[in-house]
Design a protein around this ligand. Structure first.
Ligand SMILES: [Zn+2]
Ligand SMILES: [Zn+2]
Length: 179
């Protein structure tokens, strides 16, 4: 399935699920279907997804989905492995689209209503996955073998938190086809 179709389907599923969350009952959930969906740059590392507002709209003035220009999701999340996380990301961005602009307590409470608890907690693993994808070096503990993917060499300046052993630089395997 191409990622555009996948996104559309996910959005349909998210809206459907949101209709079943009583706390969202008074909000214009149906209008979310009209938001254009897109993808972040393939090499984005910090951002997992984003809700972009129309030009000139301030975060404090968002009244609903019509103030949203698009929602973009990281393309690496649009794979079988990360599908559930991508679905949760859409839910997160759709909450922003409904006018909950910041990550305040209200937002976090609404976010926690997403029924897939495991997906809600996949953010850290996805960050690690992205980092590993783009890393050139693995700072490796010679005692416990724990690896810390990094873009630069550690040059023997860092120690394993558990073993206190000096981490050694191991070249990360190239991602994707070589040559
Ligand atoms: Zn957010
Ligand atoms: Zn160690």
């Amino acid at each position: 399935m191409d990622s555009e179709k996948m996104l559309e389907r996910m959005a349909g599923f998210v809206v459907h699920t949101m209709h079943q969350i009583p706390q969202l009952g008074l909000l214009p959930v149906d209008e979310l279907q009209g938001i254009p969906l897109g993808r972040l740059r393939r090499d984005a590392t910090r951002l997992h997804a984003v809700c972009r507002y129309q030009k000139g709209v301030r975060k404090s003035e968002i009244s609903g989905p019509s103030d949203v220009r698009c929602v973009d999701v990281h393309p690496a999340a649009l794979t079988d492995d990360w599908q559930r996380y991508a679905t949760f990301l859409l839910y997160h961005e759709f909450l922003h689209a409904l006018g909950f602009a910041g990550h305040d307590k209200t937002f976090r409470n609404l976010e926690a209503l997403w029924p897939d608890e495991e997906a809600r907690n996949m953010g850290k693993s996805f960050s690690n996955y992205l980092r590993k994808r783009s890393s050139k070096w693995l700072w490796t503990c010679p005692q416990c073998s724990k690896e810390h993917p990094r873009t630069r060499r550690g040059m023997g300046r860092f120690r394993c938190r558990e073993c206190r052993a000096v981490l050694i630089d191991v070249k990360a395997e190239a991602n994707g086809p070589k040559g």
